[in-house]
Write a protein that binds this ligand. Structure first.
Ligand code: GPW
Length: 808
């Protein structure tokens, strides 16, 4: 675009924007609030997008392309305004115009609420996959729940987590379109009886409670192309706002109660990450979005296919994100048999051909098992179908292995009066995959071993990826510009092109610019820390960062104990030569997860002690940033030097934060777990710092015993000292971390924290040595970025297209 054209576009934009502000606020620009400035900009952007959206939909309907639907109970999309603007290619026009109008673009963006419709990696992965699908012109859509309250906001008060409701819809949400005309009815409870209608056995559902599911669609705009896909989120409503008969009888409260019971289904996101809590309302949520989503997909398919279901499973991929949507199997069977008139065998074939399943964890406490009694009373027809699926499946297995009762029992979907949702998902899908190579191997060899023997062809592996648009280009614009001016812009379309960076490893001018970018990102984070924690940190210090949900297996405790140990060392020897370090933590604990909350308390107590100790000469600082969410993440990753990925080997299915850090040039300090292994392979052993037990060693200890944490404790005075400090008042008057202490010694350290402690301290020393050699560190950092192409979600989506959905 030449400059006069650009000028013209800017003038047109400014005129339209000023108009919009007047329209949404009734104020002139000068009088408008930042909120109204944001709302006007959002609406203007939406005007552009909706035109393209309609075109995309028309195209899909006309050509009947194969379409993918991601069914997920979480979509952690983050703020959208900036991402829409950049994807539309309007970045310069908007940025410069707003500046010329004297407006603060950053402040305007901060008006947008960050929809917390997910807990962590699981939901964020879906958002990255939607972004990549749209960028690659692939018709893929999301289907989930429009929670009125997303994940709670975290406050740290007196060093402890306090939860505050996340009322993200407070000021309305400009990027959704409510479609009441596309609402569907979901039936809960009641009874089923069978009847012969025209000679056919028909199942009739009676006395059920009907709930209305109303869709809200959010556009998913592709990067610099014309594709706009949809994220459809369902909201629960009553059929009539008030139950009129009850209302007329004066039973006002009963009527209102029904309304609030119905709406409770989409009221709140369950705040557990990697954990199953078996609540009835959660089961309702799961069926709610599965049933609503499938009904609409079937209806649309028939509408554009001469009212026929022919070819359905060749054109529609139902991809289920972990087991929360595993009822897709029985629900699609129900629709095909009870509503579309198919017999069992045909319906089953279509179901299995359409559905594919990704597993995201091997932690036993996260595997969903619903009590038969609950399923039976809430979803009587679905339960009948699950029973029948299981009957037929176990018979097949029995015929194959007549003498192996143990196998037969282990594979049964219904066991001990519980429905094993992972088993259901495997049996009802043509494909099951893990999210990193190691994880997929553990699924085949341990978690789902029996199923792997029966269906070896169904098992696949697709390593996770993250979107470089949000996590590199938008969140690290200075790095983006530096890359563009050195290696060109091809990498923006194909992240593997970042390999060209390797040509600059020995270029001192480039290295200086590269380090300047990192420094300015660290300054930005330091400002955030100053503002929110009232603490000054040195941007020249090593920013050593662990941000993720707080969980015992992720071992924030190992990181914290190392900080405590380093503190002890510095107290003993104030002249200890180390590169100054800022240890930064952030992450939420599930409100009911006491242990995780204690970890947060511990980190904050250590921070308080360390930061107020003048004798340390500011060699170490400890920061706990409250309310980790997508927006905060976007400030954190670009500022990191060290990426802490220290889960017990074999426990973290993949991890995706590790990839976001790497893409921004942080060096991974990690165990050989999840995708860390593939990061190590990509960058080579000299560009990563690994340590600790392997997953094989962990599983040997778990199976055969042989680890006694007390033995390690007794031999290591450094460990004795930090352990005592947990309970002797060092960390503050009245502060006692007895239960963390007990978990490590009394309960034999389930996650091998003490076992890996020595190796971790050594690894931390290596990090220190490496950082003190600036040239080495810069090269390592550049090499990490250069090899991050493989961790783009564009690559993951290509893998899914080839291996799982068979699109290309
Ligand atoms: F338990 N993951 C998550 F498998 O963030 F359902 N929440 C969850 O509830 C589960 C998994 C579930 C994460 C994994 O812990 C992480 O390793 C992985 O990178 C991510 O899902 C995306 O695959």
């Amino acid at each position: 675009m030449n400059s006069s054209e650009k000028k013209k576009q800017k003038e047109a934009f400014k005129a339209a924007y000023i108009n919009k502000i007047e329209e949404v606020s009734g104020d002139c620009l000068a009088e408008s609030s930042v909120l109204k400035q944001y709302q006007a900009l959002a609406e203007l952007v939406m005007d552009d997008i909706t035109t393209q959206w309609a075109k995309s939909n028309t195209k899909y309907n006309k050509h009947q392309n194969k379409q993918v639907y991601f069914f997920s109970i979480e979509f952690l999309i983050g703020r959208l305004l900036k991402s829409y603007i950049n994807n539309l290619g309007l970045e310069d026009i908007v940025t410069e115009s707003l500046k010329e109008l004297g407006l603060d673009f950053t402040a305007i963006q901060e008006q947008e609420s960050d929809p917390g419709l997910g807990n962590g990696g699981l939901g964020r992965l879906m958002a990255c996959y939607l972004d990549s699908s749209a960028a690659m012109d692939m018709p893929a859509h999301g289907n989930g729940i429009r929670y009125k309250y997303g994940l709670f906001e975290q406050r740290i008060i007196n060093g402890e987590q306090v939860e505050v409701a996340d009322n993200w819809l407070r000021n309305g949400y400009p990027f959704e379109i409510r479609k009441p005309d596309k609402a569907v009815i979901i039936k809960f409870g009641g009874t089923i009886h069978s009847e012969k209608i025209n000679g056919n056995l028909t199942f009739v559902h009676e006395n059920y409670e009907p709930i209305l599911a109303v869709p809200y669609d959010i556009p998913v705009k592709g990067y610099h192309n014309e594709t706009v896909n949809s994220l459809r989120l369902w909201s629960a409503e009553t059929l009539e706002d008030f139950d009129l008969p009850k209302f007329n009888q004066g039973q006002f409260l009963d009527a209102v109660r029904h309304k609030s019971e119905a709406e409770s289904i989409s009221q709140i996101l369950y705040p557990n990450d990697n954990g199953f809590d078996g609540k009835l309302l959660r089961l309702k949520q799961e069926y709610f979005f599965v049933c609503a989503g499938l009904k609409r997909i079937v209806r649309r398919y028939k509408q554009f296919n001469n009212n026929s279901m022919d070819g359905f499973s060749q054109k529609i991929c139902i991809h289920i994100n972990d087991t929360h949507p595993a009822m897709c199997g029985p629900e699609l069977m129900r629709i095909l048999m009870d509503e579309e008139g198919f017999g069992w065998d045909d319906a089953w074939k279509m179901t299995v051909e359409s559905i594919s399943f990704t597993n995201h964890t091997v932690l036993p406490e996260a595997l969903e098992k619903w009590p038969v009694s609950m399923m039976k009373s809430l979803l009587p027809r679905i339960y009948m179908i699950i029973e029948e699926i299981n009957q037929r499946f176990t018979q097949e297995i029995y015929a194959k292995y007549p003498h192996d009762m143990e196998r037969n029992y282990g594979l049964s979907i219904i066991n001990n009066d519980q429905i094993h949702m992972a088993s259901l998902a495997i049996v009802a899908s043509h494909s099951i995959n893990g999210v990193a190579e190691l994880h997929s191997k553990i699924l085949r060899e341990e978690t789902f071993k029996g199923f792997y023997q029966v269906f070896p062809e169904r098992f696949h592996s697709v390593t996770n990826g993250v979107t470089p648009r949000r996590f590199l280009m938008n969140s690290n614009p200075d790095l983006k510009d530096l890359l563009n001016e050195s290696i060109g812009t091809q990498w923006q379309g194909n992240l593997f092109e970042l390999k060209r960076l390797l040509n600059y490893l020995n270029d001192p001018i480039f290295s200086d610019k590269f380090n300047a970018v990192k420094l300015s990102n660290k300054i930005r984070l330091a400002e955030h820390i100053k503002k929110h924690n009232n603490l000054i940190v040195d941007p020249a210090s090593v920013f050593d960062i662990q941000v993720k949900r707080i969980h015992a297996y992720k071992r924030q405790l190992l990181d914290a104990l190392h900080v405590l140990y380093l503190y002890n060392q510095l107290k003993e020897n104030p002249h200890l030569e180390i590169a100054p370090r800022t240890f930064i933590f952030a992450g939420k604990a599930a409100p009911g997860y006491y242990y995780a909350k204690q970890i947060i308390r511990l980190i904050n107590a250590i921070a308080k002690m360390v930061n107020s100790d003048k004798t340390l000469n500011e060699k170490i600082r400890v920061v706990f940033l409250e309310n980790f969410n997508v927006s905060l993440a976007e400030i954190i990753y670009p500022a990191a030097n060290v990426s802490e990925q220290i889960s017990t080997a074999g426990k973290e299915a993949s991890g995706t934060g590790n990839m976001k850090f790497m893409m921004n040039g942080a060096i991974t300090l990690g165990t050989m777990d999840g995708a860390n292994i593939e990061i190590a392979e990509a960058v080579g052993p000299t560009n990563i710092v690994t340590f600790g037990l392997s997953s094989d060693e962990v599983s040997q200890y778990e199976k055969y015993g042989g680890y006694r944490s007390i033995d390690i404790y007794e031999k290591d005075p450094r460990i004795q000292q930090v352990m005592h400090q947990l309970i002797d008042g060092t960390l503050g008057f009245g502060l006692n971390f007895q239960n963390i202490y007990d978990s490590l010694l009394l309960h034999n350290d389930t996650y091998f924290v003490l076992k890996d402690f020595n190796a971790y301290v050594d690894a931390q020393n290596r990090v220190d040595q490496l950082y003190r050699n600036e040239r080495t560190w810069t090269k390592m950092s550049m090499t990490n970025i250069a090899h991050s192409g493989m961790f783009s979600s564009d690559r993951s989506i290509l893998d899914y297209q080839r291996e799982i959905w068979k699109i290309i």
